[in-house]
Design a protein around this ligand. Structure first.
Ligand code: ATP
Length: 723
């Protein structure tokens, strides 16, 4: 298609582009499912024999060969049990390598043949256990072949409303959330392709870790982002100190920002003289008050309300000026002329900018952080210590600034470039005319695109709106995800928040603005909350937005951490709150969790790396660099800190914040008691660190261990050479 080049009529060209696009998408989808294309078979009483796979395929006669795992007829593959067989007599799990079948595993869903004990076991256990025991690659994989019934309920849950998925570490929250995105896009394609799906994760390392799962499920209209990237034009990755982040994330900051804006609309109490050469005009406090009140009553955002303020003040000044030059009554035209004359006077312009300045969110926030006086007014409800924590001169934006910038942007509104350049009256007219022309042009293009799509029979493959956008030329072809990312006001079709317990109340406000329909999936674990502004309960988080209108599902089985390791983590969890229950692990690894002196760390890392698979050392943030350097000096290829490099390295040293949501074959926790004492939510961070391993766990320490870890088996030298 591409080789024919850009020839022919406009219509030929757009047909060619549309076909090329369609084939390219199809190819990308086919490549993405190469591994494990078909993984299941259902022997169905009515439907006959059905093969389940990563996508749907038919032969030349439209006979279906393979059924997409998300299709309704595929559901029994995940849900059918002996007690509710859903018309299925046998379910078969197929294991493949390349294009060869290397194993099959049958579930006979015949009640008579099964004992009570069998009923209680998981579906397709052999396939599941085979998948869980595999070495980790540093990237998350799809689990379409082994989704479990409790997970399937979440994946196929209703699109509308807020669904909270609470589950302990390793229960598959992340992987289930991603499969839910793929399922929703498949089932509600039209609505979601147009509006897109936003998936929020805790940090960039985590996003790298999960990014390949979705394309391998065949989806591209999904935006993966952190809260730090939600404000277009900014990628905030720096983190504030926990006590600063706690203040910035506090719900009271919404009022602080609102007051900071009002502070910029305050007018002086005394008269201001404007020397204009021939005569002097006086801005009386009453004129300022009247203009300000009018602007506020207009209920427009600050930058748009400025026009009201300016007009009112200029009118008053124009009348005063008419009097000064000996003209009593003037008509509207004369008033308008005088107003325009005044507007261009530098002293007048200065005064207007001082009393009601155009403001960007960045300017507002820097002005606030940089001035004790402004903070004193705007943050009057905070304590003096909290106000001090906000003080800062310039500097880089942090993750916790982003929700504040977003809040400010909401109250300030856009500054129109055209309004800024031209004089306001003129610009408003120009703007209205330009908007009308643009709208007209767009409609014509849309109509044309619709025609082309109908003529070519492709109307259900591509949206008219997108084709029109491409024809308009100009910028490159943008996917829904790209368009959404660039637009602060974008309303998504569905939002998924992972590690949701970490979001601050201010971050939740930012997220909720992007999903006015409140069609959301929120996954997390209250027991793993690490950030100082994070959640203590789901009700506390959600009631301000959807009081009583959210539903909750629980995931209870841990697919990551073997029984032996989870027992250690469960003791730490009991220290956080005896009422909290650790999830049940499904397999044993036979590995005994151990402890050893910190000085042996490099040697032990070497031994662990020798066992194969990925090794991570989780260290306290404060000693990350020192411990990292010690390991790196002895073990070549060690990466210190987060990022994509960390995921690909055989050995990594990272803090808990970066390790959140990830998993590794072998985990060594350095100085566990320091991790607990140095992090804002104490033992929660330690609990997260201890639950990252899929195979082996150890701790190294200088500081004495607390009671939960004291019973770990001391690791002897004989173990270090792999004996
Ligand atoms: N049904 C399943 N089949 C195979 N593997 C699964 C299944 N469910 C979960 N897993 C695996 O279990 C591991 C843990 O899953 P995931 O990271 O989604 O858990 P999580 O609940 O988000 O954990 P955390 O709260 O610790 O971040 C992953 O390797 C995932 O692939």
């Amino acid at each position: 298609m591409l080789a024919t080049g850009a020839v022919g009529t406009m219509q030929n060209r757009s047909e060619r582009d549309t076909f090329a696009d369609m084939y390219a998408n199809r190819l990308a989808r086919l490549w993405a499912v190469e591994r494990g294309l078909v993984f299941g078979r259902l022997d169905h009483l009515e439907e006959g024999r059905l093969y389940i796979g990563k996508l749907g395929l038919t032969d030349d006669e439209q006979e279906r060969l393979l059924i997409d795992w998300r299709a309704p007829v595929a559901q029994p593959f995940y849900r059918a049990t002996a007690t509710a067989p859903m018309g299925v007599t046998r379910r078969r799990h197929l294991q493949t390598r390349g294009r060869s079948v290397v194993g099959v595993d049958d579930d006979l869903l015949d009640l008579d043949a099964m004992s009570d004990a069998d009923l209680a076991t998981l579906n397709g256990e052999a396939a599941l256990l085979a998948a869980l025991g595999e070495k980790r690659t540093g990237r998350m994989r799809d689990i379409v072949a082994t989704i479990q019934a409790e997970q399937d309920r979440v994946i196929r849950g209703d699109l509308n409303g807020v669904l909270v998925v609470q589950g302990g570490p390793g229960t598959g929250k992340t992987v289930v959330a991603l499969h839910r995105a793929a399922y929703l896009l498949y089932t509600h394609r039209e609505r979601l392709e147009r509006r897109g799906v936003l998936i929020l994760g805790p940090n960039l390392t985590f996003l790298r870790y999960i990014e390949q799962v979705l394309p391998s499920l065949g989806e591209t209209d999904v935006l993966l982002s952190t809260v730090g990237e939600l404000y277009p034009g900014l990628t905030a990755t720096r983190r504030d100190r926990p006590e600063v982040a706690a203040v910035k994330g506090d719900a009271r900051m919404a009022e602080v920002i609102a007051r900071a804006v009002r502070d910029r609309q305050r007018v002086p109490r005394k008269a201001v003289q404007l020397p204009l050469g021939r005569y002097t005009l006086t801005i009386e406090p009453g004129m300022l008050d009247a203009a300000r009140n009018k602007a506020i009553r207009s209920r427009r955002p600050h930058n748009a309300a400025r026009a009201v303020f300016v007009r009112s003040l200029l009118n008053a000044l124009a009348r005063q000026s008419a009097k000064k030059i000996g003209r009593g009554l003037i008509d509207d035209d004369e008033l308008a002329d005088l107003r325009e004359d005044l507007r261009t006077e530098p002293v007048v312009r200065n005064a207007l900018n001082r009393f009601w300045p155009y403001l960007t969110p960045q300017r507002l926030l820097l002005g606030l952080y940089g001035s004790a006086e402004r903070l004193g007014y705007a943050a009057a409800m905070l304590t003096p210590r909290e106000r001090d924590l906000l003080r800062r001169e310039g500097g880089e934006w942090t993750e916790s600034d982003v929700p504040l910038l977003d809040e400010a942007a909401e109250l300030l509104g856009e500054i129109d470039e055209k309004v800024l350049r031209a004089s306001a009256a003129q610009a408003e007219e120009e703007l209205a005319a330009a908007r009308a022309a643009e709208e007209h042009e767009r409609e014509a293009e849309l109509a044309y695109a619709r025609e082309v799509l109908e003529l070519t029979g492709l109307s259900d493959v591509m949206e008219a709106e997108r084709l029109a956008e491409r024809q308009r030329g100009g910028g490159p072809y943008l996917t829904t995800a790209e368009r959404a990312a660039a637009d602060r006001g974008w309303a998504y079709g569905h939002v998924i928040v992972d590690e949701a317990q970490e979001l601050s109340p201010m971050a939740w406000r930012t997220v909720m603005r992007r999903i006015p329909t409140r069609s959301m999936t929120i996954v997390g674990d209250i027991a793993q909350t690490g950030s100082s502004a994070g959640a203590r309960s789901w009700a506390e988080v959600l009631d301000p937005f959807v009081a009583g209108r959210w539903r909750q599902e629980h995931l209870t089985v841990n697919y990551r951490t073997p029984v032996e390791l989870m027992a250690v983590a469960a003791d730490v969890l009991a220290d956080i709150d005896p009422a909290l229950k650790a999830p049940t692990s499904v397999r044993e690894s036979g590995a005994v969790p151990w402890s050893a002196p910190l000085s042996r760390l490099p040697e032990l890392v070497k031994a662990e790396a020798g066992e194969g698979g990925k090794v991570v050392v989780v260290a306290p943030e404060a000693s990350l660099e020192r411990i990292g350097a010690e390991v790196a000096a002895e073990v070549p290829g060690t990466v210190v800190g987060g990022g994509a490099a960390a995921l690909d390295a055989p050995v990594t040293v990272m803090g808990v914040t970066d390790a959140k949501g990830l998993e590794f074959d072998s985990v060594i926790v350095a100085e566990p008691e320091l991790i607990a004492s140095q992090s804002p939510r104490g033992s929660s961070d330690l609990y997260v660190a201890l639950t990252r391993a899929t195979q082996r766990l150890g701790v190294v320490h200088e500081a004495p261990l607390d009671k939960a870890l004291r019973r770990l088996h001391p690791r002897g030298h004989e173990l270090t050479n792999g004996l």
